[in-house]
Design a protein around this ligand. Structure first.
Ligand code: AKB
Length: 314
């Protein structure tokens, strides 16, 4: 049986680019995109509306399209989740348990589910945070991701479900809008630099956070899922690192392209979430197990973002 993939939550920041990446690799007709929202970009393959908490609806799609793998991306991110913690918990957990159950019942061969650096908290070592370390998250998003990692490992160990996961840092891309996270400032800054030549960051100048350019994140995701099963040794979620920078540092890089660019700072409640997360991540397990290596540093990412947002005009 050939590979047929369902992406749940395909209209969000990661989904938009992941669907494109998967379609390039496996053919547009083999990737079914699904969400409760219309896609951010025109689709060149199948799209269906489905709620990530609708088990029946998902099962119908699996049957109709002969789906073999699910990438479950639907979730409330850190900042949005804090506005409605009970709903964030319900969405983030129920959707995962539905997909894990479908896999346990033999209806899926493989599952991808994203975790995050938000599983870490203020008691975690901040620099080069290890794969296995203290995890005492302070956000409901982090709590749900940590619990989800536990469920992934449990379904793998108890039922043999092939579920794979990455702890994404903040993700930066030009093709899609970010969806309510603490790291979104690092995307907004580009759009505001182009429109107004100025940006006011909701994180303070010295807040170092782990970040990654979207092409690296998409490559990591597909490489992890395509790695031979014996190479996957972490069944909670793999640490993944790209670059680390502060708002002050990215502002300096953006200013190289927009002379006179002005950066201001007005930290809000998101500062506390950022303060609880690591500065940098040790991803040596991902490198050793399935050959992960990032390609973009801060300068290369900023150059590519600006080039693409200006329509390839340099
Ligand atoms: C967020 O800021 O909530 C996300 C994340 C780090 O998982 N980008």
């Amino acid at each position: 049986m050939s590979k047929k993939i369902l992406v749940i939550g395909s209209s969000g920041q990661i989904g938009t680019e992941l669907v494109e990446g998967l379609r390039t690799r496996f053919g547009a007709e083999n990737i079914v995109a699904s969400d409760i929202k219309q896609p951010q970009v025109a689709q060149d393959g199948p799209f269906v509306m489905v709620d990530a908490m609708d088990r029946r609806g998902i099962e119908r799609i699996l049957d109709k399209h002969g789906i073999t793998e699910v990438y479950l991306l639907a979730a409330l991110l850190s900042a949005t989740a804090e506005k409605d913690p009970a709903f964030a918990w319900k969405l983030n957990m129920e959707s995962l348990l539905i997909v894990l159950e479908l896999a346990r019942e033999g209806k899926l061969k493989k599952v991808y589910w994203p975790s995050s650096i938000a599983v870490f908290g203020p008691t975690t070592p901040k620099d080069m945070t290890p794969q296995r370390t203290v995890t005492e998250p302070t956000t409901v998003y982090g709590i749900s991701k940590l619990a989800g990692e536990g469920w992934c490992q449990y379904y793998h160990q108890r039922y043999g479900v092939d579920v794979r996961s990455l702890r994404y840092p903040g993700l930066i891309g030009w093709k899609s809008a970010p969806g309510g996270g603490t790291t979104d400032y690092a995307v907004h800054i580009f759009h505001e630099a182009i429109k107004h030549g100025a940006y006011t960051s909701f994180l303070g100048p010295k807040s170092t956070l782990p970040m990654m350019y979207m092409p690296d994140a998409i490559r990591a995701t597909i490489d992890l899922m395509e790695a031979p099963v014996e190479r996957i040794k972490v069944r909670t979620s793999y640490n993944l690192a790209g670059m680390s920078f502060t708002p002050e540092e990215i502002a300096a890089e953006v200013a190289r392209h927009f002379p006179g660019f002005r950066m201001g700072y007005a930290p809000d409640q998101r500062q506390a979430y950022a303060d609880s997360w690591p500065n940098s991540i040790d991803d040596s397990a991902a490198r050793a197990d399935w050959g992960w290596a990032p390609r973009y540093d801060l300068r290369a990412m900023v150059d590519d973002m600006v080039l693409n947002l200006r329509g390839g005009q340099g």
